[in-house]
Design a protein around this ligand. Structure first.
Ligand code: GDP
Length: 296
């Protein structure tokens, strides 16, 4: 599949490193565990997830459930899958939802909103878009284009308008028109990062107060930026108390491990993953499939 294809180069590198590990023999000594942890970190999985995975496997080995390095590597897949944070609440599961998309410019927010609008409309939902990136004129035009493609209404105001009031208007219109899936695109850059976080906090507060439908704040991150994605996620989560994450550009040069790093360290579920620029390129996330694509 597309995820497996996208991560094939990265997976190949990982397999090579694992083979080097195994060439030294099947013994589970300290060097083995240290090298395994380092390999996971090199695959972008982050220190917190990597040490958790190694600790769990090491515990199993101590209990004699895993006799040697081969058995450990056979278990790695499942262990990675269970290290992802999970949730029952899914904004795209079919119940009414109001979803705010946040993330830095270029992460893939607008594209993701467009793909989800089409997916929702195709599934028979009443979708509405809100364009709360009032800082960048091109962002409004880009979302308009997606609204045409998905054939769903959009609420927009001129450049420079108050983004919180665009959100308010979007939710009002959604309620008046009986929309059950509200997708709101937000700004990814202002004059400074502090300005951006303050603006987004205001937006999130207004939306949480105004919306009758459950509100989800979803961070979109570009997997090709590697550990940068984790730093961004920390900043956004601290300011906005995120509900979940969408990871894009897993079709390119990304290592993919960043999805695990963010999900584990911040306790956030991965809702969807992006594997291309087109309408059909947003996939449901499955931890086992993803782990398999990461390490084979
Ligand atoms: P925004 O600034 O966060 O709204 O980002 P955009 O939605 O404008 O996306 C930035 C660029 O990334 C665009 O050229 C998109 O086509 C591209 N993009 C978004 N998602 C993906 C993806 O999953 N894979 C690839 N290859 N490109 C993507």
């Amino acid at each position: 599949d597309r995820i497996s294809e996208g991560l094939s180069r990265s997976r190949q590198k990982f397999t090579e490193q694992m083979n080097v590990l195994l060439d030294r023999g099947p013994n589970l000594d300290d060097d083995f565990w240290d090298d395994l942890e380092e390999t996971l970190i090199l695959a972008d999985m982050g220190g917190s997830a990597a040490s958790q995975v190694v600790e769990n496997l090491r515990d199993e080995a101590t209990r004699k459930a895993l006799p040697d390095a081969y058995a450990v590597l056979d278990r790695l897949n499942d262990e990675l899958a269970s290290t992802f944070a999970t949730t029952e609440a899914d904004p795209f599961g079919g119940d009414a939802a109001c979803v705010l998309f946040v993330g830095i410019n270029g992460a893939g927010k607008t594209t993701t909103v467009g793909k989800l609008a089409k997916e929702g409309a195709d599934a028979g939902r009443k979708v509405i878009l809100g364009s709360a990136d009032t800082f960048r004129a091109a962002a409004i035009e880009q979302l308009e284009e997606w609204s045409r493609r998905a054939n769903v209404p959009i609420v927009e105001r001129k450049r420079g308008s108050d983004p919180a009031s665009v959100c308010y208007d979007t939710i009002e219109r959604a309620e008046a028109d009986g929309c059950d899936l509200v997708l709101i695109d937000t700004a990814g850059r202002l004059h400074t990062s502090d300005d951006l976080m303050r603006e987004l906090q205001k937006v999130v507060n207004v939306v949480r107060k105004r919306s009758k439908a459950p509100v989800y704040t979803v961070l979109v991150i570009d997997a090709t930026t590697g550990q940068n994605g984790l730093s961004q996620a920390r900043v956004f989560d601290k300011a906005l108390d995120l509900d979940g994450v969408i990871v894009t550009k897993l079709d390119g040069t990304a290592k993919g491990g960043i999805a695990l790093a963010v999900s584990h360290e911040l306790g956030l579920p991965i809702y969807k993953i992006g594997v291309g620029e087109g309408l059909g390129d947003l996939k449901d996330f499955d931890a086992h499939d993803f782990a398999r694509a990461l390490v084979g």
